[in-house]
Design a protein around this ligand. Structure first.
Ligand SMILES: [Zn+2]
Length: 268
């Protein structure tokens, strides 16, 4: 009986704790609030910055910041217009370029972005940076880490929210958080599911277009990334992201909608 009640309770919690992902409208489990996950994310981001060499006063460093700010502004405007602005509560956008051979970039919950210098030759220019920026920012805007943390708490029977979970088992809760943001000790490598990746591609293409970058450069960017995979040093980015064929197919499906956003942004 008790088991039955707890299952019903669990289903109840899950039914009432769903959020909708902007653009895609997909329902996702949301037992964790921004107010709970963002402070953890910001601590983790500061840890990474402290142990990294930041590149601030170069053209590339400046480009990452410029593209980031443009995309963040476009995302905020779009979310306000669509009534999704609550999703960005507590966001503190930050964009940094880190000196590292790794071909990688990521965005932690709350808009904390890092690019590694290793990915810059594949990005080539600001539009290429915008492809990656749009994709990574989309993971944060669509609250993929929050969703994964919610799932992790449920799987571990921690149902009373993050504060209660922290009180019950701080080590486990911290571990679930690190797993949710994909932090494996290796400078925050983010591993997301295929569904999250394709969703980030879809949203990211819209985000770059809303910021005034031509989304038609995205397939060529992924071709360059794929060509890099055959080199001596395969991009770390690809080990955590799906293969290019399916991805390019899906991007082309998304292209008409993104192009419409791009044309609208050019008229403003
Ligand atoms: Zn991704």
């Amino acid at each position: 009986m008790l088991k039955k009640i707890s299952i019903l309770l669990l289903l109840g919690i899950i039914t009432y704790s769903c959020a909708k992902v902007p653009f895609s409208g997909r329902n996702q489990l949301s037992l964790v609030s921004n107010a709970e996950i963002l402070p953890m994310s910001y601590d983790q981001y500061d840890e990474v910055l402290k142990s990294s060499k930041l590149v601030t006063n170069t053209a590339d460093g400046q480009k990452v910041v410029n593209v980031g700010k443009r995309i963040a502004a476009a995302v905020e405007k779009y979310m306000r217009e669509k009534g999704y602005e609550k999703e960005l509560d507590g966001f503190q956008w930050e964009f940094n370029l880190i000196e590292s051979e790794q071909v990688n970039a990521w965005c932690m919950p709350g808009g904390k972005v890092a690019f590694y210098t290793g990915i810059m030759p594949i990005c080539k220019d600001e539009a290429g940076i915008a492809v990656v920026m749009g994709h990574e920012v989309a993971h944060a805007v669509a609250s993929h880490a929050r969703e994964r943390m919610s799932n992790g708490l449920v799987l571990n029977g921690l149902l009373g929210g993050v504060q209660v979970a922290m009180g019950q088992n701080p080590t486990l809760t911290q571990g679930i958080f690190l797993q949710a943001i994909g932090y494996g000790g290796q400078l925050g490598m983010l591993k997301f599911s295929r569904r999250h990746e394709l969703e980030a591609d879809q949203l990211g293409l819209n985000f770059m277009a809303l910021a005034g970058y031509d989304p038609r450069v995205a397939p060529a960017f992924w071709e360059r990334m794929n060509a890099g995979a055959e080199g001596a040093r395969p991009p770390d980015f690809l080990s955590t992201h799906p293969g290019p064929d399916r991805r390019i197919q899906e991007l082309n499906k998304q292209m008409p909608e993104s192009l419409a956003y791009y044309e609208k942004s050019n008229k403003q």
